[in-house]
Design a protein around this ligand. Structure first.
Ligand SMILES: NC(=O)c1ccc[n+]([C@@H]2O[C@H](COP(=O)([O-])OP(=O)(O)OC[C@H]3O[C@@H](n4cnc5c(N)ncnc54)[C@H](O)[C@@H]3O)[C@@H](O)[C@H]2O)c1
Length: 437
């Protein structure tokens, strides 16, 4: 049985207290709002939420739940404090951590006089870097050392209001970002009974994941609604469409396409997206999300060019010109636009593309190559080594098995990787840089 304090008795804290008690832990709630403290101290939830009354009552009945407005009592009687304090938007949009830091400060003051190890767990959604700021603040106020006397962990909350108790007891996954093994093991013991996967990550990864999740959820809703608005105009049942859409778990509801790196291109994505936007426009349907996708893709290509300029290379190489590996298809290839942009910046350029070399050698599609990239064909070289030899900067747009060795053997050449080779031997080299990762 762990001894846990929960700071912030709103939606997240209230559900947390009830569920931690259900898992057999002794829990003390703490809030600056005395009404909330009084409710929890009487075994009553502070929110309206399915199942929470019952679960809270069970824990209260067996003496596992109490509450206080005194941070001293909450921290001195427990080994771990879960922070579930609100982090509302400030006027400029940032998440305001004022309340959270005020709770951290009050905990730090108690840690100063505490002789046992204390773990501070941030459940609230906070900007990346907040863990480190909280740890530094605790060190300053308490005079104690992080990792020795206390630890700070980020453990984002994934519950959905309306089914928060069920979500708490059956989370999609449990994420813990912490640099202290002792704290990680302690938290693992708390969450193991839930049976969900527990993933240890860097604190900043744990902190940003909630922003990413919720922004994606918002994108899903707006995407679905824009599709719905177009379908309605065309007298198509949007629910049939989206049900069908969700059935494709290889490309649609899947990790596919979720790898930050380079822009999309090819014969289908740009063409069909434009076609859908035309359908919307010609039916007077405003679709800001769909109509801004192409713009975002263009900005991304521009970002690579800006990086090329920052690096200051005059001789550039590109590995891969077709729109993806395994094809000689150049239609709407983002790499072509990148190559043209590089030339436009006045750099010399050499290009290696295995599939275009095959196309040239076998005279397959040669007319098409001459039609589409007459200006780039003379820049194609036969070997990937030649690109590296000719360049001070090499941009990798497709995987090539020779790249890791070439990166290791050519420290004077800078490599900008848009696909992530996933080779441990090069990831920390100073001449190797991931773009967007
Ligand atoms: N509501 C959700 O579904 C949900 C889900 C996941 C994550 N989150 C995140 O969890 C955090 C809490 O959200 P919420 O909806 O429970 O907020 P809430 O506003 O319902 O509750 C926050 C509580 O913190 C208390 N508080 C403020 N300062 C305090 C202090 N110094 N000491 C102790 N208590 C203090 C407030 O009095 C309030 O009771 C936020 O960062 C939110 O983004 C919320």
């Amino acid at each position: 049985m762990a001894s846990i304090s929960v700071f912030g008795l709103g939606y997240v804290g209230c559900v947390g207290i009830a569920c931690l008690a259900k898992l057999g832990h002794r829990v003390i709630g703490c809030d600056v709002d005395i009404n909330k403290v009084n409710r929890i101290a009487s075994g009553l939830p502070t929110i309206v939420e399915r199942d929470v009354d019952e679960v809270m009552h069970e824990g209260y009945k067996v003496g596992l739940i109490s509450a206080t407005s005194s941070p001293f009592e909450a921290v001195s009687k427990t080994d771990v404090s879960f922070l579930c304090v609100g982090t509302p938007n400030a006027a400029d949009g940032r998440l305001d951590t004022t309340y959270l830091m005020s709770a951290v400060r009050s905990i730090a003051e108690v840690i100063r006089s505490k002789s046992t190890f204390h773990i501070v767990v941030i459940r609230s959604t906070v900007p990346p870097g907040t863990n480190a700021v909280a740890a530094a603040l605790i060190e300053k106020i308490s005079g104690k050392r992080e990792g020795i006397n206390f630890a700070v962990a980020s453990n984002p909350e994934f519950l959905r209001e309306g089914m928060a108790v069920a979500d708490y007891l059956n989370p999609p996954l449990t994420v813990i970002g912490c640099e202290c093994r002792r704290a990680l093991d302690y938290l693992r013991r708390i969450y193991e009974p839930l049976g969900s996967e527990i993933i240890e990550v860097e604190p900043k990864v744990a902190e940003i994941i909630k922003f990413v999740n919720n922004s994606y959820h918002a994108l899903k809703v707006t995407f679905g609604n824009e599709i719905g608005a177009i379908c309605k105009k065309l007298d198509i049942d949007s629910h049939s469409v989206m049900e069908l859409f969700c059935k494709d778990t290889q490309l649609n509801i899947s990790p596919y396409y979720f790898k930050p790196g380079f822009a999309y291109g090819g014969s289908c994505l740009p063409k069909d997206l434009r076609g859908l936007n035309f359908l919307a426009e010609s039916n007077q349907v405003d679709v800001p999300v769909l109509s801004s996708i192409e713009c975002s893709n263009n900005v991304h290509i521009q970002r690579v060019l800006e990086r090329v300029q920052e690096i200051g290379a005059r001789s550039v190489g590109i590995i891969g010109l077709t729109f993806k590996a395994g094809t000689d298809d150049l239609r709407n290839s983002a790499a072509i636009r990148l190559a043209e942009g590089v030339l436009g910046k006045g750099c010399s350029l050499s290009i290696y593309d295995r599939y275009l070399n095959i196309a040239q050698d076998t005279e397959t599609n040669l007319r098409e190559l001459n039609r589409r990239i007459p200006h780039l064909l003379p820049l194609l070289v036969k070997n990937v080594e030649d690109v590296v030899e000719n360049s001070s900067l090499v941009i990798i747009t497709v995987r090539n098995p020779k790249m890791p060795e070439l990166i290791r053997d050519n420290p004077e050449v800078h490599f900008l990787d848009l696909v992530r080779l996933k080779d441990q031997s090069v990831e920390t080299l100073p001449n190797y840089e991931g773009f967007c990762w």
